[in-house]
Design a protein around this ligand. Structure first.
Ligand SMILES: Cc1ncc(COP(=O)(O)O)c(C=O)c1O
Length: 399
């Protein structure tokens, strides 16, 4: 009998895309829909990026390129790392891929055999679990509820690590919560990691240029430089530069893992296109005023979202300090009804909100926290204000 591989039985489409697609369909059918669902930046990169892409087109070789990534891209990333305080990285420590998602897939593929244990703090970005499941890894979730500001504590990590634990997935700033770890929290986690030399750490740092309130960007490798031989830094141009469709992700880590990325790329994508590479280099090397302005803009929007949520009795939202997400605990609505629609859980909540008010949010269970919903606040400013008004109205109508 014809059969797909057994692992495909464990593969599922991204839950975020499912909600985003539903919102798109309703919009296409003429409904007035405001989407807080997908985490896409609401801006385009500067003119210099398009100019670099045009120039690259004119000189395009049309040939295969480096499996690691073009030297210009690797060097631009190395400069970005140095500016961020990451010293001692060279070309042999870095590699590029088709967005952070493909890079993460490859990293997990390179590190996890079937049955190997991965530790994933919850709430998590959906693809961590989806990819680990496809690979047949043993997933141990470390619940970080709103009571602890959705952040992993050093004590919790210490208690969770076993001799068999192979990988920790660490995300800072966080999608879906927008939480940012303070330097002392990072230091305490780094101290725990220092005691467990066999544990790999994938540090998903793709929102590292979107940190608010003057907070410093603390990092495990900066707190404890000796962790460099097993912490892999993951970055992407998607969110920082408004370039999610260009698909460029980057890693920096020990030489063997960077080489593993190169080997997988050689069997998989071969290389990034020259035009895309030129655009990414221009974004990384060019003026940084757009990312800076956007970061300030997102901080203001965060304030608007928090103010609107604070006005809803019983809803609690730990204060995000980065990225462009808020992750309020809406469980106060569970057990109530909107019109004749019962709200039993986060999925009912999001469906009823979309049907009744045309506002699309992602249920928290997609991120492993079923008491919450994710609000991505990158839509147009007027839509954000109106969408938040509708959320308030929805709550006010619950019985
Ligand atoms: C935490 C996190 N990591 C990785 C990614 C993937 O980013 P990219 O567009 O570079 O594939 C996303 C995208 O939403 C994300 O939120």
């Amino acid at each position: 009998m014809r059969k797909l591989a057994e692992r495909m039985g464990r593969a599922r489409p991204s839950a975020i895309m499912v909600v985003a697609d539903k919102a798109k369909q309703l919009k296409a059918a003429g409904r007035d829909i405001i989407s807080f669902s997908i985490g896409v930046p609401n801006f385009l990169p500067g003119e210099h990026v398009y100019a670099a892409a045009h120039a690259a087109l004119e000189h395009d070789s049309g040939q295969y390129g480096s499996n690691r990534g073009a030297d210009a891209l690797l060097d631009a990333f190395l400069t970005h790392l140095r500016e961020g305080g990451f010293e001692g990285y060279e070309r042999r420590h870095v590699a590029a891929g088709v967005g952070a998602k493909q890079v993460l897939f490859n990293l997990l593929y390179a590190l996890l055999d079937e049955g190997d244990e991965i530790l994933i703090p919850t709430p998590y970005w959906t693809s961590y679990v989806d990819i680990a499941e496809i690979l047949g890894a043993r997933i141990t979730l470390l619940p970080c509820p709103p009571e602890q500001n959705y952040k992993l504590t050093a004590a919790q990590l210490d208690a969770a690590i076993r001799p068999t634990s192979k990988v920790l997935l660490f995300n800072n700033p966080s999608n879906p919560t927008g939480m940012v770890y303070a330097p002392e929290e990072i230091r305490a986690i780094a101290d725990v990691l220092a005691k467990h030399p066999d544990l790999w750490v994938l540090s998903d740092d793709i929102y590292n240029r979107m940190i608010f309130d003057g907070l410093p960007y603390a990092h495990l490798v900066k707190a404890r430089p000796e962790l460099r031989d097993r912490v892999v830094i993951i970055d992407s141009i998607s969110k920082t530069y408004g370039m999610p469709g260009w698909r460029v992700g980057l890693i920096a880590g020990p030489e063997d893992i960077a080489q593993a990325m190169v080997t997988l790329n050689s069997n998989h994508i071969t290389n990034l296109p020259e035009v895309v590479t030129a655009a990414a280099v221009a974004a990384l090397n060019g003026p940084q005023d757009i990312p800076r302005q956007k970061c300030a803009d997102f901080a203001r929007r965060r304030d608007e979202v928090l103010a609107a949520l604070a006005a809803i009795p019983g809803v609690r939202c730990p204060r995000p300090q980065g990225a462009f997400y808020a992750f309020p605990d809406v469980s106060v609505a569970f057990g109530k009804e909107h019109g004749a629609t019962p709200i039993r859980n986060d999925v009912d909540f999001c469906n009823a909100l979309l049907d009744a008010k045309g506002v699309a949010c992602v249920p928290g269970s997609a991120f492993g926290e079923p008491r919450a919903i994710r609000i991505s606040y990158t839509c147009k400013p007027a839509e954000l204000t109106e969408g938040l008004r509708r959320v308030q109205q929805f709550f006010a109508e619950l019985t």
